[in-house]
Write a protein that binds this ligand. Structure first.
Ligand code: DHB
Ligand code: MG
Length: 618
């Protein structure tokens, strides 16, 4: 796949955009007219800079309101076009995007459109240039790629071709089967983006909400497959208008862009058989461990919270100041080493989760895919005789380890041979989900990280009301539910999510939910062992009774234990929250009875309860 990106997609000056695009590994870039108008560099200097960076100039765009104009306005449009050919010659591209007219003056009768496009093509051909015609979803007369293709086909001039842009076609719900009518050699360039499914006007949706392939809801797999079938072998060029990306880091957005194109090449929701470039997604088999970085004092406080939940320190690392805590199948590793990544993590963030270990069937495959997606690997010196566990950089600079599912027991036995206390009776059945909090601007980036790297799918995005503002939340889950992350980002700077990021100096794990099969017994044991719990107001339980008509004894049993409840048809969900550890991280117990969600309806209740304990979180 030949990759390109429009400069409008990225923040910064034109020079910094081009540097970021080249560094991410794109083959080319479209120069967006505004970026040219606002730089002090001349078109020839830009061309020289792109040549130095190894970037092709794939297109100059957009040229607006060409066709259908009456009288003198028509002449002026062609004069303007000729001037742009001069600029293109200096930029070193022969392709200009002409988007369908939005001018209120433009007429729409077909012979006029054909005449004007033919005239433009004739002029372009004379100058050795080519015109790509794009139907904007909000174009005045032409707003459907089928219409744009019929015009291009009927003008039948070698200098006139079509531009397909996934937004304009898929936002309007135009079937991708219609792409089968387009001749591959007449498709001059393909522009790619994704978008969330929203009910709003096309222009506002396109200018503010476009996102990278895989981050939104458009059916891009079918669309890309239809384009490949035409025989098209030109550039796949990202064109992302998005306020968050323009406020984000140029290098980060460019890297995400390249990652998203690779993801699309291999198939976003289903594998593409023709893609040799990208190893298939590997399915995670579960969370093998969570690793906390902590000082000795913090480790003691963390242990005091883990004990009532049934955890015991069962073993010590063969050579390091690292303890393995276990409860049933759940492993928590507390790392108090005075150097290395965990220590740096503790210094920067305070006691917190510095690594997550995912059990995988195919570790080499997962690593090969990470490399192809340019996910950074992490390597740390390991002692002689230590078991190497490969890792990549994850959310907030933490690590994501890939643990070989087939050899995990041997790994634990080898790495943690020094027995400490015996394990307590089993109460937990696993880690239900891990909640990660990040800057709002980084939210889509981490979502793309998970769905492109491993075989996990995203659930619909929801908004949760914190007493101090809105939080955007979305889960990514493996098909068997064995690994679930919930991602949270907030714009409101006093919401719990935002305070977490400020207090923590960056993104990270904010809470960990453990699964159990009898939450009442598990909570009773935790309370008896002295867990500090989050108190839920009585009003909540009165409402529960009214809403679901639950038996009064059940309501009282939940109220006595501060257990929250949700229901979806016959499926039920029970939740219990601890207070926060180190003013930052808290734990949750959940019992699912066929329930698939995360109790979003209870999140505002929980957040308000946490807000009442503000000292818990700073
Ligand atoms: O929003 C616009 O005006 C605009 C301009 C050029 C494009 O290629 C496009 O898809 C949209
Ligand atoms: Mg476009």
């Amino acid at each position: 796949m030949k990759t390109s990106i429009a400069t409008v997609s990225i923040s910064g000056t034109l020079e910094s955009k081009l540097q970021a695009i080249a560094a991410a590994g794109f083959d080319g870039a479209e120069i967006f007219e505004n970026d040219l108008l606002s730089t002090h560099l001349g078109a020839r200097q830009i061309a020289a800079m792109m040549a130095d960076l190894g970037l092709a100039c794939t297109m100059f765009q957009p040229f607006r309101d060409l066709e259908g104009l009456p009288g003198p306005a028509r002449e002026r449009a062609f004069d303007r076009l000729e001037r742009k050919f001069d600029v293109m010659a200096d930029l070193g591209t022969d392709l200009v995007l002409v988007c369908s007219s939005c001018s209120p003056q433009a007429e729409g009768d077909r012979p006029r459109l054909i005449d004007d496009l033919a005239e433009a093509a004739e002029r372009a051909g004379r100058r050795g240039m080519r015109i790509g015609y794009e139907a904007l979803a909000w174009g005045r007369h032409v707003n459907d790629h089928r219409e744009a293709w019929a015009l291009v086909r009927d003008v039948d001039h070698p200098a006139l071709g079509l531009v397909l842009d996934s937004f304009h076609s898929l936002a309007r719900g135009i079937p991708s089967s219609s792409i089968g009518d387009i001749r591959g050699d007449k498709l001059f360039i393909v522009q790619v983006c994704d978008a969330p499914q929203l009910q709003m006007d096309y222009l506002g949706w396109s200018r503010h909400f476009r996102c990278m392939p895989g981050q939104g809801d458009l059916p891009l797999d079918d669309w890309a497959e239809a384009i490949r079938r035409t025989g098209y072998d030109g550039y796949w060029s990202l064109e992302i208008f998005n306020d968050r990306f323009r406020a984000g880091s140029a290098s980060g957005v460019a890297l995400d862009g390249l990652r998203s194109l690779r993801l699309m090449e291999g198939g976003i929701a289903r594998p593409v058989s023709t893609s040799a470039a990208l190893p298939p997604k590997a399915a995670p088999r579960g969370v093998e461990f969570l690793e906390f970085a902590a000082s000795h004092d913090e480790a003691e406080a963390l242990g005091a919270m883990l004990r009532p939940l049934g955890f015991r320190p069962t073993a010590r690392h063969r050579s390091k100041d690292v303890t393995r805590w276990t409860q049933g199948p759940v492993n928590i590793v507390i790392n108090c080493e005075p150097e290395g990544l965990a220590h740096s993590f503790d210094v920067v963030h305070g006691a917190s989760v510095c690594a997550i270990g995912l059990a995988m069937d195919d570790v080499p495959g997962a690593l090969a895919r990470a490399d192809a997606l340019k996910v950074a690997r992490f390597e740390q010196a390991i002692g002689p005789d230590e078991w190497p566990i490969p890792s990549v950089r994850g959310v907030g600079g933490s690590l994501l380890y890939f643990v070989d599912a087939a050899t995990r027991d041997s790994m634990w036995a080898h790495e943690f041979p020094n027995a400490l206390e015996p394990a307590a009776p089993v109460q937990l059945t696993g880690i239900d989900h891990i909640a990660q909090t990040m800057q709002f601007e980084e939210f889509l980036s981490w979502q793309l990280f998970y769905v492109s790297l491993v075989d996990m799918a995203k659930t619909p995005q929801i908004e949760i009301a914190d007493p101090m503002g809105l939080v955007q939340s979305q889960a990514v889950e493996s098909a068997d539910g064995s690994v679930r992350f919930t991602l949270n980002g907030s714009l409101a700077n006093q919401s719990l999510s935002s305070r977490f990021i400020q207090n923590y100096f960056g993104a990270g794990v904010q809470h960990i939910a453990f699964a159990c099969t009898d939450i009442f017994a598990t909570v009773d044991a935790a309370i008896a062992a002295g867990i500090e719990r989050l108190e839920i107001p009585r009003n909540y339980y009165d409402d529960l009774e009214a809403r679901w008509g639950l038996a009064p004894e059940l309501i009282e049993a939940m109220a006595a234990r501060d257990i929250l409840y949700d229901r979806d048809g016959e499926a039920e969900y029970f939740q219990f929250y601890t207070r926060a550890f180190a003013r930052r991280v808290f734990f949750e117990l959940v019992e699912r009875r066929d329930y698939a969600g995360y109790g979003a309806i209870n999140a505002p209740i929980r957040l308000a309860a946490q807000a009442r304990h503000k000292p818990d979180f700073l």
